[in-house]
Design a protein around this ligand. Structure first.
Ligand SMILES: Cc1cc2nc3c(=O)[nH]c(=O)nc-3n(C[C@H](O)[C@H](O)[C@H](O)COP(=O)(O)OP(=O)(O)OC[C@H]3O[C@@H](n4cnc5c(N)ncnc54)[C@H](O)[C@@H]3O)c2cc1C
Length: 417
């Protein structure tokens, strides 16, 4: 069913009884050309682009939970391409361009809102670093504006400009950055992939990877039985180490928890995304009025989708020091997600040393914005066995070769990401 103003009107007039499920619930076939493990944003977008752009139709996405139960439905919804490094800027800009046309492409309202992402600088050194980052972005054709304190005061009068330790000195604005409704992104890609014939199989956990005598992958053992494939693609985000281990592959990744929070709904006050450079706090306002915010990871490895109180406290402290008025609000909900923290803070989209096994991992706490490009580039790799040109730096062997993509502010150790 194609969505349009007319179809909504038609449904309204007939009591909304004609809506159909947006994807099928198929039983797994014995064999697929490509199996994608993980029905998060990246797995679903990979399936969608494989089918739509690269003509491979016999595809299954195996998801151990339900669609949207992983990080794709748990993030703080920020999309941007304001990176510094050569290996990252073209990739994330490609992603932002895909976001800009995504809803028309998917015929699905993902509430993509280019409301601007503002990163605040709190010292002269940080302002210089942002000027450098903005220049790097502009050299790649990406929009960036360095604003001074007076500009910021006009735009965001409610911030604490004279904090004794972290006074606000400047801001780097990317106007084309913003937010997208995270679970609609998962549903939109699932619907799009399904419409191209992809089998999305929920509640189907991959428990082992079967290989032939030469070591090549031939299929997966799952909670619904064995399913064969020509190519196996792992897109399991926070569980990447676990699924790779099933093929005896050890990854340069640790899994950590990141929490997010949403306040009670209030009238519109924050009309962009704000990132606090004095700490690691970020905030935006949802269309329902809740303030959505988060800060650091929990600093210990865990597969539990929940965090601890120390980070709750430090997140609130950072938030209130930046926006004193926050102290008047009540937190409505908080949750956690498990993230695949790579050793340089950048992702991996690559073939593996194991025949027919492809890897998409290492998204840390920034993989939501990458969802379209990650899927497109992973699909390109799976279909052609060649990396897409914007993902050439994101290779698995970069750690061995000493070509880490060590984006500023992240660092080589998970505890300083
Ligand atoms: C609190 C929080 C805030 C964040 N904020 C942002 C943000 O503002 N902007 C941004 O860009 N990024 C953000 N991120 C990061 C972003 O959400 C992730 O990097 C991205 O969603 C990961 O890719 P995914 O969507 O494919 O992951 P997921 O949705 O986690 O998908 C992986 C799927 O694999 C499945 N799976 C795992 N093992 C198996 C198995 N054995 N068999 C079958 N299925 C399996 C899981 O159930 C899961 O559904 C945030 C993350 C969190 C937790």
């Amino acid at each position: 069913m194609r969505y349009s103003a007319l179809s909504i009107l038609g449904q309204a007039l007939s009591g909304n009884r004609g809506w159909k499920p947006v994807w099928r619930e198929p039983q797994p076939k014995p064999h697929y050309d490509v199996i994608i493990v993980g029905g998060g944003g990246h797995g679903l977008s990979t399936a969608y682009y494989l089918a739509k752009e690269f003509g491979i139709k016999n595809i299954a996405v195996l998801e151990k939970g339900y669609i949207g139960s992983g990080n794709v439905g748990r993030n703080t919804t920020i999309v941007r391409s304001n990176y510094l490094l050569e290996g990252n800027i073209p990739f994330y800009e490609f992603s932002l361009k895909l976001w800009e046309g995504l809803e028309a492409d998917l015929n699905y309202n993902a509430m993509v809102s280019q409301r601007g992402v503002m990163m605040l600088a709190h010292s002269d050194g940080q302002r210089d670093a942002f000027a450098r980052r903005g220049n790097a972005m502009r050299m790649h054709g990406v929009d960036a504006e360095l604003l001074d304190r007076e500009d910021l005061q006009k735009m965001m009068p409610y911030l604490n400009y004279d904090h004794a330790r972290f006074p606000i000195k400047a801001g780097l604005l990317q106007k084309r950055g913003g937010t997208a409704r995270h679970d609609a992104v998962a549903w939109g890609y699932a619907r799009g992939a399904d419409s191209h014939g992809v089998d999305i199989i929920q509640h189907c956990e991959v428990t082992a990877i079967r290989r032939d005598e030469k070591g090549g992958v031939t299929g997966v053992e799952t909670s619904k039985g064995f399913i064969g494939c020509n190519k196996l693609a792992l897109a399991t985000a926070g569980h990447s180490s676990e699924t790779a281990r099933m093929a005896d592959l050890r990854l340069p990744i640790e899994t950590h928890v990141l929490q997010a929070f949403v306040s009670e709904g209030i009238k519109p006050v924050i009309d962009n995304v704000i990132v606090y450079g004095g700490g690691h706090f970020y905030i935006s306002q949802s269309d329902k009025g809740g303030l959505v915010f988060g800060a650091d990871i929990d600093y210990y490895s865990s597969y539990a989708q929940r965090g601890n109180l120390a980070i709750v406290e430090s997140t609130m402290e950072e938030g209130v020091s930046l926006i004193p008025g926050l102290s008047r609000l009540r937190v409505l909900r908080s949750w956690g997600g498990v993230m695949d923290m790579s050793m340089d803070g950048s992702p991996i989209i690559d073939r593996t040393p194991i025949e027919n096994l492809y890897l998409n991992a290492g998204w840390c706490y920034g993989g939501f914005k990458a969802t379209p490009a990650s899927g497109f580039c992973f699909a390109h790799l799976i279909a052609k066995n060649e990396p897409h040109h914007v993902a050439r730096a994101l290779r698995l062997d970069r750690f061995e070769r000493g070509y880490a993509v060590d984006e500023a502010g992240k660092g080589p150790q998970p505890n300083i990401h």
